[in-house]
Design a protein around this ligand. Structure first.
Ligand code: GLC
Length: 798
């Protein structure tokens, strides 16, 4: 066999013998594929677009071109590529890329059309295998940074780390090198010389990324089974990479607006009276809250889809009352089904052969909360349909969202999970659990999302999950599992959530206040400040922890916590709008600064501050007894949201941040809608929206496109939404503001209160749609004028 044998000592000195693809004997181009025949097997390049190229290895055989469920069905294909034989190498040209493939010693290099190298295979070995393991080696460049990889601890830049993709219930404290956690997203972004590219490794087995630990020249990724099948995604911007990645794995659906509000949870609120008391407290104290979570004690001995008759004698009445008060009840569901012959869900699953078994027909049985359990085989459509329909039992009594926990799946044994020998039926294409493990939660979430969609009539489902795989954004929000009430966990949350966002998962958050351990008033106040700008905002803690509701500590803390929950609601219109954008572009709501300021090296590993969209900068405090911190301001001018103080960009500044202050900045030149505070989404019609315009003498124009709809139903799909573009022009003594109603299928606002900040002098005249008005106000460089929503133009003469 004409293969090269390589001894690799990269993995803990374990010697392994790899076979690698080496010499190309023949090639042929067909449709959007380029097939390369090598003595050791086949390599196929599939051109999805001119910037997305799939690479699949067939070791000793034809390449297997099937895909995992992470990929959405698409009909993208790019056929216009040209292949030229250049002697030593094949040159493939697309509209955006030049790809060189070495013929003697296989290796692929990706260049832009100007000949700049974007990324290439390692020169000594590129693609190979060792027994069941399949592996790719990539050139590591000196300045290369890495992002993505989903839910990982550590800094924003993932370089010099080793990471495992194997969904795991990790209760031990999450520290910088705790790995793996609950999610597996084998998607990596490289950034080098201001060019970003992505690699999505479409392999569901346990996989590994070694990003240069002990090696200067190469990095590599491999899986313990399955195919070497990856997608190269060209940038050059991080935004383009994430957009393309979410074209492959799906954009998130529009969430119900209430799910972006504040959630209150505890393991567990019970009995019914306690839930009522919590709810009543929120309303009496006027602390906004949209959702209350029911953890495992609502169930009858942890039998899923049941209620404990003593603790919750009349769930329908309770949930109806909560609903009337504006709370959306969310119940936890674990996949383990109690092995109880008198339990109908167990009976149905057995009768229909829905549970996971070994090859010899024995059920996989292990312990979770209910004791010995069996586990649905979500790889089968029939099981997913059955599971989805079971949710009707909950939606019928008023449940509005589902929280899927323990779905790695977690079990109480030495491996913490299902035996890898268990067989999944996968609708005929069966395989062992090691192939489906990382998909278990994903497929359960798919079933849940689809079940809720069916049984919540014309309402958008809300699903929250602990485990997931690439593409999970199509079905569920993600929370980062069992963190602790440690100050360090505020810090840890930021890069973790930012990288989740870069990995397609926009809707994510951590347990505010910390799950395990006792929080303190100060910690909860600071954590709530972070939470108010994190996409998923839920306070949750475990059974042994002290209570940590917003009022659990001294009044000083309660008022600060309340202020920040209220702030969330002021920003909710903007946050909802950013979520809408995420449904279109895949771009995260919570972003690392590097996504907005890619060429600024100061941002490349900036892990303790983040952006919300492209105009809000948040720099939380994550240490006790701190009343100041350093903030990096990238280019431009930044306004302190609270004081209006200006900061010039490209500098580090030490800013004051007493306990009641979250350092929060708005980029000069931008437009920001702010809504009135409500106790919950939909409490009342919002008739007037505040539009803030942060003027800057150096920025002459900006615009903001606002999406709006009923926030709840699917009617937006029939055109019941509005898109309004606000634009200003600011030059010398003229300020002009225009409103362009581009889509008017939904009307909410009757008027806009425009607040122009930093207006240099008192206006001489204000003209609204051609008519001069005098009911405006100018104070401290701020001009306020309220206009009917149907206005098209406001002119201000200074
Ligand atoms: C797991 C979850 C946690 C939940 C608990 C009880 O530890 O991560 O959020 O409260 O189980 O259901």
């Amino acid at each position: 066999m004409n293969s090269e044998e390589i001894i690799d000592q990269g993995q803990g000195n374990k010697r392994k013998r790899y076979f690698v693809l080496s010499e190309i004997n023949e090639y042929n181009q067909d449709d959007n594929y380029l097939y390369l025949q090598l003595s050791e097997g086949e390599l196929v390049l599939e051109f999805i677009t001119s910037e997305i190229v799939r690479v699949v290895m067939g070791q000793r055989d034809k390449a297997d071109l099937s895909t995992s469920p992470a990929l959405v069905e698409h009909n993208l294909k790019y056929q216009d590529f040209e292949v030229e034989d250049k002697g030593d190498y094949l040159q493939v040209t697309t509209q955006d890329l030049k790809i060189k493939i070495n013929k003697q010693k296989l290796g692929i290099s990706f260049y832009d059309l100007d000949g700049n190298l974007i990324h290439r295979d390692y020169s000594k070995k590129a693609l190979g295998w060792s027994k069941d393991e399949v592996r790719a080696w990539k050139e590591l460049r000196e300045e290369e940074r890495f992002y993505g990889l989903g839910e990982k601890t550590g800094w924003l830049d993932k370089r010099d780390g080793k990471y495992v993709m194997w969904n795991h219930d990790t209760f031990s404290p999450h520290v910088d090198d705790t790995d793996p956690l609950y999610q597996s997203i084998p998607f990596l972004i490289g950034l080098n010389q201001n060019k970003a590219y992505g690699i999505y490794f479409d392999n569901t087995y346990k996989s590994h990324f070694d990003l240069g630990v002990g090696e200067k020249d190469y990095y590599s990724f491999w899986a313990e089974g399955g195919n070497l099948d990856y997608y190269f995604i060209n940038g050059p911007s991080l935004k383009e990479v994430v957009d393309s990645y979410t074209t492959l794995t799906g954009k998130m659906p529009l969430p119900p607006k209430w799910s972006l509000g504040y959630h209150q949870s505890r393991y567990s609120y019970h009995p019914e009276e306690e839930v009522r008391e919590i709810a009543q407290n929120f309303r009496e104290k006027e602390i906004p809250c949209d959702a209350i979570h029911f953890d495992i004690h609502y169930m009858d001995e942890y039998r899923i889809f049941t209620w404990d008759e003593n603790r919750f004698p009349n769930p329908e009445q309770l949930l109806t009352d909560l609903g009337a008060d504006g709370f959306k009840p969310i119940t936890i569901i674990d996949p383990g089904v109690k092995r109880d012959p008198k339990y109908d869900i167990y009976q149905e699953g057995i009768e229909n052969d829905y549970f996971c078994k070994y090859l010899d027909g024995e059920y996989f049985i292990d312990k979770v909360w209910p004791g010995r359990c069996v586990f649905p085989d979500f790889t089968q459509q029939a099981v997913r349909d059955w599971w989805g329909d079971l949710h009707q039992r909950l939606t019928d009594v008023g449940v509005r969202g589902i929280w899927n926990d323990m779905n790695e799946p977690a079990v109480f044994n030495e491996t913490d999970t299902m035996d890898t020998d268990v067989i999944h039926q996968n609708d005929g294409d069966l395989g062992t659990h090691d192939r489906f493990h990382n998909l278990y939660g994903f497929l359960e979430d798919q079933a849940t999302y689809e079940g809720l969609k069916k049984h919540l009539s014309n309402e958008r489902p809300f699903v929250l999950t602990r485990a997931g795989f690439a593409g999970i954004q199509r079905y569920s929000a993600v929370w980062t599992g069992d963190n602790r009430s440690f100050w360090d966990h505020i810090k840890l949350a930021m890069p973790m959530l930012m990288n989740l966002g870069l990995s397609g998962v926009t809707f994510s958050g951590t347990d505010v206040g910390g799950f395990t351990g006792d929080t303190s008033g100060e910690l909860l106040a600071r954590w709530t400040q972070l939470g108010s700008f994190v996409p998923f905002f839920r306070n949750h803690c475990e059974i042994r922890a002290i209570y940590q509701e917003p009022w659990a500590f001294a009044e000083e803390y309660e008022s600060i916590i309340t202020e920040y929950i209220e702030l969330r609601y002021k920003f909710l219109t903007h946050i909802y709008n950013l979520f809408y954008q995420a449904t279109q572009t895949g771009l995260p709501v919570m972003r690392p600064l590097v996504m907005e300021y890619q060429s600024d090296e100061e941002t490349h590993n900036l892990s303790d501050q983040f952006m919300v969209g492209d105009s809000i900068l948040v720099a939380p405090i994550y240490q006790p007894d701190r009343d100041r911190r350093m903030v990096y301001f990238p280019e431009g001018t930044w306004y302190d949201f609270w004081t209006g103080e200006e900061y010039e960009g490209n500098q580090h500044v030490i800013v004051d941040a007493p306990l009641d202050t979250l350092p929060l900045y708005v980029k000069a030149g931008s437009i920001l809608p702010l809504a009135p505070v409500v106790n919950y989404v939909g409490e009342k019609d919002i008739e007037e929206l505040n539009i803030n315009i942060y003027l800057d003498s150096k920025v002459t124009t900006d615009s903001y496109k606002l999406y709006n709809d009923d926030g709840l139903s699917f009617n937006y799909q029939d055109g019941e939404y509005s898109l309004t573009e606000f634009t200003y022009q600011y030059q010398a003594a003229n300020l002009e503001f225009t409103i362009d109603d581009q889509q008017t299928g939904y009307q909410e606002y009757k008027s806009y209160c425009l607040s122009f900040n930093n207006v240099a002098s008192k206006p001489r005249t204000v003209i609204v749609d051609g008519a001069e008005v005098d009911d405006w106000n100018y104070e401290a460089q701020r001009l306020e004028v309220t206009i009917p929503a149907k206005t098209t133009k406001v002119e201000v003469k200074l």
